[in-house]
Every structure is written in structure tokens, then in C-alpha cells.
Design a protein around this ligand. Structure first.
Ligand SMILES: NC(=O)c1ccc[n+]([C@@H]2O[C@H](COP(=O)([O-])OP(=O)(O)OC[C@H]3O[C@@H](n4cnc5c(N)ncnc54)[C@H](OP(=O)(O)O)[C@@H]3O)[C@@H](O)[C@H]2O)c1
Length: 343
């Protein structure tokens, strides 16, 4: 970690990503962060999040990805993602004090110049980065605002070991689910999900037809589907849905992590008659639709942590030099939980 904003290091895109992530797609640049203007603060970042959506945004045709809530990246741009850090300089019109711990959207750099209105003050007594930068709140918002989990529900979480999924399975249980089934790539990850996250059963992409595995894992059918994957996993879950089942659609990893090319198009054939006859709800949901859920998530998380009923899985690597490797590993499915870099 460099010692001052005059010796900042940040990760820039060198060339558009084609297919898999290559280390040569990115470079660490030395920069100077100038003193803040009246409404800006300079933050010494301590942690930032690494998200697989960066791969999509770093492709040449990213601007064609309609509706995605991040700006496309061009060569020369500094990457960005959620970060937590300490205010080291504050502009003359700022109310944030030097020393405040804040969350903001300018990770992938050691020091950031941030408009004060983009900073969220966080609790410095418990600055657990996975609580704030992780996707527990996305899962919490989806399961409390997108759809509601009821006592006794059987819940299926696709990509149940991922940043959102590792939290969705646990939160579904805490909200009353009786049986929680997840999906992942390998038996090794499945074992970890059962031991660490409390899944009752896990289906795997290397374990044969998903519909057959899911029928065994949820023999009485599924009440709630939390879908991050799309494709055959979504179709299989809808096939096993009970009357009145609720499905919240959060992502499309089959498209986003397609090894050849990241995209947002994940076409899937769904049996619409089943959706109609079963009276199912299919709800698309973005956590951005419920920003006020963030405070409620932090409140409930504190209680659940105190009671020892929730884990915040994170794959944390150290130093800005580790960040592009963490992105490559995340996209290759080699990590569990939220992916963080500690500076
Ligand atoms: N709606 C919202 O508010 C919201 C917010 C943030 C993100 N999202 C979206 O939600 C989805 C999940 O996000 P996340 O941050 O939780 O992702 P993530 O866990 O970081 O995604 C990486 C995981 O995806 C799985 N994966 C890799 N290749 C796959 C493939 N071909 N098919 C299916 N899964 C594959 C791997 O897990 P396994 O090895 O366990 O399979 C990998 O570890 C993404 O599409 C993301 O863009 C939505």
C-alpha cells in the first residue's frame, strides 16, 4: 500500500477483454490524487470488491449491454467497484470529518477522490467489509422485497456458493425456510455449502442432468426459486415448482460467465403453461430497486451475527497486485462468497 495520495496505484484496462480474463488486459498505473475540491474527499481505500460483471463491462461491445447499471470500460479507464476506506482529506464544504470510515463506488485503487454525496458513513466499531461490500443485502432485499419467504418453504438457490447465493441460502433459512437446496459446479463446493452454509442438499453442474438431481433434492417440490443462473437450472426449478411458487430472478450467470464471451442474453425455454396453471410469480429484481433495505440488512445482520446464526463467506486477497488474479479466479468459478481485495 502506498503511503500517500501522491503515490497512488490503480488498476487500468489496457485492452478490451476477449473471452477469458488475461493478466495483460490490465496494468497497475502510478498516479497522483490531487487535493480535493470543496465537495470531494480523498479516501485511503482499505478493501474493495471484485465483481464478475467487470469482465462483461471490459468487453469492446459492453456499451451494447442495454440496461446494465455500470458504465462500459475503455482502454485507459480505471476499473471501479464498491470500496471501504478512511477519509484522509476533506474539501472545504464537506461535512465528513477526516478519519471517517466510508463506503463508496471507487475501488480498484489505493486512494480515491470521491464526491461526498457518493460516500456512505459506516460503523467503525464493526467495519466487517463482507457485511457492507458483500451481496448479503442483495439477497436480503430479494427475499424480503422481491418475494417473501414463508415458514416451511422449500427454497432453491441457483449459484448457491456465489456472492449473492452464499447469503441467499442462509437468509432464506433465517426467514423460515424448512429446506434449502443450492446449486454449484463441483462436489467439493457442494460439501462446503452443506458444512458451512447449512444447505440441506446441493445439485452440481458436474453431477448429471440438473432436473433429475433437483427432483431428488426437493422431492416435495419447490416453493421459492432464487435464480442467479438462468438456462436449464431455471427451467428445471420451474418444472418442480409447487402451486403458488414464487421465483425471483437476479442474474444470468450462464450468459455472463459464458467462457467464449460474456453477455446478458440467456435464452431459456420455459413451460409457460406450468407457470399459468401453478399460479406462479416470476419477479425480476435489482437490489437498486430497494435502497432502504440496506439499513434493515445491517440491522438484522447484527442480530444474526450476535446469535452466531450467519456466516459472511469471503475470498480475500492482499494488495492491489492480487486484484486481476482475483477477478480471473472469480470468473473461473474458483472462489466462494464475495471476492475482496484488502489493501
Ligand atoms: N439483481 C441484483 O441486484 C444483482 C446484484 C449484483 C449481481 N447480480 C447478478 O447476479 C448474478 C450473480 O452475481 P454474484 O455476484 O453472486 O456472482 P458470483 O458469485 O461472483 O459469480 C461467480 C460464480 O458463478 C458460478 N459460475 C461460473 N460459471 C458459471 C456458469 N457457466 N453457469 C452458472 N454458474 C457459473 C461459479 O460458481 P459455482 O462454481 O458455485 O457454480 C462462480 O464462482 C450475476 O449475474 C450478477 O450480475 C444481480
Amino acid at each position: 500500500m502506498s503511503a500517500s495520495p501522491n503515490n497512488n496505484r490503480e488498476v487500468k484496462l489496457v485492452r478490451h477483454v476477449k473471452g477469458a480474463i488475461h493478466p495483460e488486459d490490465f496494468a497497475i498505473a502510478d498516479t497522483i490524487v490531487p487535493p480535493p475540491g470543496p465537495y470531494n474527499v480523498v479516501v485511503r481505500n482499505r478493501w474493495f470488491r471484485v465483481s464478475i460483471s467487470t469482465r462483461l463491462m471490459a468487453q469492446e461491445d459492453a456499451k451494447a449491454a442495454e440496461g446494465i447499471p455500470f458504465p462500459p470500460l475503455n482502454p485507459g479507464d480505471t476499473l471501479a467497484d464498491g470500496a471501504i476506506g478512511e477519509v484522509v482529506q476533506a474539501g472545504s464544504a464537506c461535512s465528513l470529518a477526516v478519519g471517517s470510515l466510508v463506503m463508496h463506488p471507487f475501488g480498484w485503487r489505493e486512494y480515491a477522490s470521491v464526491p461526498e454525496h457518493d460516500c456512505r458513513l459506516i460503523d467503525s466499531d464493526d467495519p466487517d467489509p463482507a457485511a457492507y461490500l458483500g451481496h448479503g443485502w442483495t439477497a436480503y432485499a430479494a427475499l424480503t422485497r422481491g418475494i417473501q419467504v414463508k415458514n416451511g418453504d422449500t427454497v432453491f438457490v441457483s449459484s448457491g456458493a456465489g456472492a449473492i447465493g452464499s447469503m441467499a441460502g442462509q437468509i432464506a433459512r433465517l426467514l423460515g425456510a424448512a429446506r434449502v437446496v443450492g446449486s454449484t459446479s463441483t462436489r467439493e463446493k457442494a460439501g462446503w455449502m452443506q458444512d458451512e452454509l447449512g444447505y440441506d442438499a446441493v445439485v452440481t453442474r458436474d453431477g448429471g442432468p440438473i432436473a433429475e438431481q433437483l427432483a431428488k433434492a426437493a422431492p416435495e417440490g419447490i416453493d421459492v426459486i432464487v435464480d442467479m443462473v438462468g438456462g436449464d437450472q431455471l427451467a428445471a426449478a420451474i418444472g418442480l415448482a409447487k402451486d403458488g411458487a414464487r421465483c425471483v430472478l437476479l442474474g444470468a450467470l450462464t450468459a455472463e460467465l459464458n467462457p467464449d464471451k460474456a453477455s446478458l442474453q440467456a435464452p431459456v425455454t420455459l413451460d409457460s403453461c406450468q407457470i399459468i396453471f401453478k399460479g406462479m410469480t416470476l419477479q425480476g429484481f435489482s437490489a437498486d430497486h430497494a435502497p432502504d433495505a440496506f439499513g434493515l440488512w445491517i440491522r438484522d445482520l447484527k442480530t444474526w451475527k450476535r446469535q452466531g446464526r450467519i456466516h459472511l463467506p469471503a475470498a480475500t486477497s492482499k494488495g492491489i497486485e492480487s486484484a486481476t488474479s482475483a477477478l480471473r479466479q472469480a470468473c473461473a468459478g474458483q472462489l466462494k462468497g464475495v471476492v475482496l481485495v484488502e489493501l
